[in-house]
Design a protein around this ligand. Structure first.
Ligand code: HEC
Length: 162
């Protein structure tokens, strides 16, 4: 084997496991449930993690733990409102799949669940509007009310052990 083909063979050996893993064709990823219900769960889990990311920065700026940046804060609050609008579609029927900590009341009290998602969206939008007007300083007093809408929904619709 000359040096060149040896290098290529080595490269192939290094890359092969990556391709197998990323295609999900027989590696660990093959265990992923590809039903619409599991996909909906992964979607809402992703949205919820996006919400957490945004909320952490908003909270950090409001508390003075992160330097205030009015533009970033306003964008984060707007993004939060957009995420709120994206939440309900992730809760399709019968989607308490493996890994989910959602409670069945989401579907038996659907209108209340929707109202709580809307309350979150309105609070986040209100925060964004206040920030656009008065920056972090003018809006930070509203952050608690936004965070309360998280707990307001989790208390009723999510298992407590998390
Ligand atoms: C309208 C209801 C509702 C609102 C409002 C809401 N959540 Fe959730 N959240 C849920 C439900 C239900 C779950 C569980 C979903 C599941 O496991 O299937 C959840 C799960 C989560 C998770 C867990 C995700 C994971 O990786 O397991 C995080 C983090 C989270 N929410 C953060 C937040 C934050 C922060 C807010 C507010 C800024 C918020 N949520 C607002 C209903 C809500």
């Amino acid at each position: 084997m000359n040096t060149r083909s040896h290098k290529l063979a080595l490269l192939g050996a290094l890359l092969l496991p990556l391709f197998v893993a990323s295609c999900g064709g027989g590696g660990g990823a093959a265990t992923e449930d590809d039903s619409p219900e599991a996909a909906a769960f992964r979607y809402r889990d992703g949205v919820m993690n996006g919400i957490s990311f945004k909320m952490a920065r908003i909270g950090g700026m409001a508390a003075g733990e992160i330097p205030a940046n009015n533009e970033q804060f306003t964008k984060d609050a707007r993004d939060l409102a957009a995420f709120a609008g994206m939440l309900p579609e992730g809760f399709i029927p019968n989607s308490i799949v493996k890994g989910s900590i959602a409670l069945p009341e989401i579907w038996t009290n659907a209108s209340d669940f929707q109202a709580k998602a809307k309350a979150f969206q309105d609070a986040a939008q209100g925060l964004a509007d206040a920030a656009a007007q008065g920056g972090v300083e003018g809006a930070k007093g509203m952050v608690r009310a936004v965070r309360d809408t998280c707990g307001g929904c989790h208390r009723t619709y999510r298992h407590k052990d998390q």
